[in-house]
Design a protein. Structure first.
Length: 182
């Protein structure tokens, strides 16, 4: 199902249709605790009054990426401070990898092992796992479920370009409160 996108002209925000169809969700940067929902009834009133216009998928995604790339975030989780920096470029060589190993027996009975490396990043206000890709310039983002939970590639991830993801930094008390990439 293709989602509908609308730009609300009074606050310059983009809203995306949800699975429900009766609710649209704000997908441009929001404040913590902000109610991002908008009913179809209210949206139709805005459209009727010329305060909302439909957007194509491509235009909406392009503008969303531009707006999110210019936003930094800070948050605290389990006593550790985290942040992203606006327009900070993500580089695989500058952030630490998180590895998982997969073992199997080949057709000759020899045990083999493959290492899967993932890196934490933020994309449009959400945390994801990203890995290098042979589909450059596109990279697949796996939803983050926990630092010790291996991404499986089938949990509703998405594709994007590397320029749209941001590295995440942590300030840990054990490391003299220096910001370091995680």
């Amino acid at each position: 199902m293709k989602r509908k996108y609308y730009k609300i002209l009074i606050n310059n925000s983009i809203y995306k249709e949800t699975n429900d169809g009766n609710v649209f969700l704000k997908v441009t940067p929001w404040e913590k605790g902000e109610d991002r929902r908008m009913t179809t009834f209210y949206l139709n009133r805005l459209i009727k009054n010329g305060m909302a216009v439909p957007m194509s998928f491509q235009d909406a995604r392009h503008e969303m990426n531009e707006r999110w790339n210019n936003v930094g975030r800070t948050w605290t989780f389990e006593g550790i401070e985290y942040k992203t920096i606006p327009n900070d470029e993500f580089h695989f060589k500058k952030v630490p990898s998180h590895s998982w190993y997969h073992k199997w027996d080949d057709n000759r009975g020899n045990e083999r092992q493959t290492e899967y490396r993932y890196y934490l990043c933020m994309f449009q206000g959400k945390i994801y796992w990203i890995s290098t890709s042979s589909y450059h310039p596109q990279y697949y983002l796996n939803p983050f479920k926990g630092i010790d939970i291996q991404p499986n590639g089938v949990d509703g991830g998405q594709w994007t370009r590397l320029r749209n993801v941001r590295p995440i930094y942590a300030k840990k008390p054990s490391e003299n409160y220096e910001w370091k990439p995680i």
